[in-house]
Design a protein around this ligand. Structure first.
Ligand SMILES: [Cu+2]
Length: 110
């Protein structure tokens, strides 16, 4: 069971404390690999507070771009980037350079 996350304002005050409370309850990190011009499997069971680590294991540049523009991770070959999941919902995404590359993040509340 996860505690509800504090409001965003907590970030500023938390930075000043010795033991800052996390902005979101500690989530899990899941890797989604871009390889052979496709996104690898998107994990099930995603929750707010989890992080997607995008790994471009290809030899060309890719992005992971939400249809609603809530994230846009632009990765050179062999680069990696992160998306913190801050909202529940269903988030289709594509690679801006290769529209055939697509997937969907399904994120549940904490
Ligand atoms: Cu691409």
């Amino acid at each position: 069971m996860r505690a509800p996350h504090p409001v965003l304002l907590a970030l500023a005050s938390a930075a000043l404390t010795a033991a800052p409370a996390p902005l979101l309850a500690a989530g899990k990190t899941y890797v989604v690999t871009m390889k052979a011009m496709a996104f690898g499997p998107v994990p099930a069971g995603l929750r707010v507070g989890d992080t997607i680590e995008w790994v471009n294991d290809d030899v060309v540049r890719h992005t992971a771009t939400a249809a609603n523009k809530s994230f846009d991770v632009d990765l050179q070959p062999k680069a990696r980037g992160r998306t913190l999941l801050t909202a529940a919902g269903v988030f289709p995404f594509v690679c801006r350079f290769h529209p055939g590359m697509k997937g969907v993040l399904r994120v549940a509340r904490q």
